[in-house]
Design a binder for this molecule. Structure first.
Ligand code: 13P
Length: 268
């Protein structure tokens, strides 16, 4: 118990400004390579003054065009998934070394759409995250509860467990390249955003979980994003929360103007 309260005190005294807020767009299955280049060219001047990290996670085939368009700007390019093996008989999959070789710096793992439609489990999410980290990529690990789980009152336990399993075997040093995205499944693509308080509460639970595993210093330093119907209108309030360090943005990352407003909100 004493450790727990110490952990909380340690967390509370830390200044949010010491962590890097990151706004990452998740384009999902949208944009051809030509459309990717044109959207990034439109975004570049709008986000050039950002005082936060700016990342776009694009479909695999868009990566070369996206890297080329983003060259010399503050926009970093990420992928939306990676396999856990380096190579082999895994038809349709892309490995972490392949992404690294292309110049990709970030990769989303464990997005709820991968968990729901493509059979990703807490165990495979852990394997993918480790593969990403072993290859020097920054892993954006997604966790979050369904509406049913929220109504059952198990959100905190569930998200803490997802976080713990995702991080099994991840070293303290590798944690410097881990971002956790709290994405309540019921808020994704539904237009139904978590309230700022709900988002902050669960991001805090994640921070506490990481502090238990790696110590307060790591818990305080880790970037924890909120994702789920974040848009140009509600971003201000969400990213201002003490434990919310930016966001993982779906729909609103497909529009240069909306995305740039969110980036500005996280730069304040
Ligand atoms: P929306 O912003 O479209 O709700 O998507 C969120 C998301 O899934 C980001 O990964």
């Amino acid at each position: 118990m004493e450790n727990e309260s110490n952990a909380k005190d340690g967390l509370q005294i830390m200044n949010k400004a010491l962590r890097q807020a990151i706004i990452a767009g998740n384009w999902k299955m949208n944009n051809t390579p030509a459309q990717a280049a044109s959207l990034i060219n439109e975004m570049k001047p709008l986000v050039a003054d950002a005082d936060c990290g700016v990342v776009l996670c694009v479909p695999f085939v868009d990566i070369p065009a996206a890297l080329e368009a983003a060259k010399g700007s503050n926009i970093k390019i990420g992928a939306q998934n990676c396999h856990f093996e380096a190579s082999g008989a895994f038809t349709g999959e892309i490995s972490a070394p392949m992404l690294k070789d292309m110049g990709v710096e970030y990769v989303i793992v464990g997005h709820s759409e991968r968990r729901t439609y493509f059979g990703d489990t807490d165990i495979t999410v852990n394997k993918r995250a480790r593969a990403a980290l072993e290859n020097g990529l920054t892993a954006i690990i997604c966790v979050g509860e369904t509406l049913e789980q929220r109504e059952q009152g198990i959100t905190d336990e569930l998200v803490a467990l997802q976080t713990k399993i995702a991080l099994q075997g991840v070293t303290a040093d590798q944690m410097k390249k881990v971002i956790i995205a709290y994405e309540p499944v019921w808020a994704i693509g539904t237009g139904r955003t978590a309230t700022a308080e709900q988002a902050n509460e669960v991001c805090y639970v994640i921070r506490e979980t990481i502090s238990e595993l790696y110590g307060c210093k790591t818990g305080n330093a880790v970037t924890i994003q909120y994702g789920g119907s974040m848009n140009a209108k509600n971003a201000d309030e969400l990213v201002a929360q003490p434990d919310v360090d930016g966001g993982l943005i779906g729909g609103a990352s497909l529009k240069a103007e909306d995305f740039s407003v969110i980036v500005k909100a996280a730069s304040k």
